[in-house]
Design a protein around this ligand. Structure first.
Ligand code: SF4
Length: 258
């Protein structure tokens, strides 16, 4: 039976790789599913700092451990889903409109881009076992593990708090944990407004992408972050970023201890 480890680059799945390595547990490969924002321009949908670390730091380390890393991407991307037109709906006025931004709590990106590409990869495998990064102290998640899935963290009684140290040992702790920024997609409706402010400050070109999409007159709904429109979130984002600028300006100009 083949054994693949589902890896997100987060602490739990990275610590699972370390456990396999240290305990000689053979793996036929590691699978990383990358959500793409736009295939045609090679724009990833993953948190920018995280994906940079995945390719430039983490994958080379894991490969040096002797495991091959399979990066899988769905054929579709965020932009394609955004522009997909609704063909069936009980509300006739919705038909022909574009899906637009994903709905918070019912995200089509996860099912169609993230999980879909892993399932497609697994479809071509014979009998296999999936190693999933769920810690020993997460009984509820462990109870939902599917039949052909195992948690090495649970087998070795590794709790969530212990995963940081395992990752650090091999430089496999994503910079997300140092910066306290959120993992996942940079356009996620579950990002806090502060997180979006950070995105606009450090990656304005990505924020511009969302702004352009928000002006599409054919989208079925204006909600960008749950019921809030992009324009409303953008105003708050600017307030946050301008406050930070004033704070930094005062510090520089007056050398005030703030
Ligand atoms: S991080 Fe957010 S946008 Fe990305 S798949 Fe998960 S819920 Fe959807």
């Amino acid at each position: 039976m083949k054994r693949y480890l589902s890896w997100s680059g987060g602490k739990d799945s990275s610590a699972s790789i370390v456990l396999c390595y240290e305990n000689g547990i053979p793996l036929d490969g590691v699978i990383f599913s990358e959500v793409m924002f736009d295939h045609s321009r090679n724009i990833s949908g993953e948190n920018p700092e995280h994906i940079e670390w995945i390719y430039n730091t983490a994958i080379p380390i894991i490969e040096r451990m002797g495991y091959s890393v399979n990066v899988v991407r769905a054929e579709k991307d965020y932009v394609g889903l955004f522009h997909t037109r609704i063909t069936r709906s009980k509300q006739a006025e919705r038909i022909g409109k574009k899906y637009g931004f994903p709905l918070g709590g019912m995200c089509f990106v996860n099912s169609q881009l993230k999980v879909g590409s892993i399932k497609k990869f697994q479809k071509h495998l014979d009998l296999h076992e999936s190693v999933i990064g769920i810690a020993y102290d997460e009984p509820e998640r462990l109870s939902r593990l599917k039949e052909n899935s195992v948690s090495v963290l649970a087998q070795y009684k590794v709790c969530e708090r212990d995963t940081y140290e395992l990752c650090r040992r091999y430089n496999l702790l994503s910079p997300l944990y140092e910066s306290k920024s959120r993992g996942g997609c940079w356009f996620c409706p579950n990002c806090s407004v502060k997180e979006f402010a950070r995105l606009k400050k450090y990656h304005p070109e990505l924020w511009d992408e969302l702004e352009k999409l928000s002006h599409d007159p054919d989208i079925v709904k204006q909600g960008f972050k749950y019921a809030r429109t992009f324009a409303s979130v953008n105003r708050e984002v600017d307030l946050i970023n301008n406050q930070i600028s004033i704070f930094e300006y005062m510090k520089e100009q007056h050398h005030v201890e703030l």
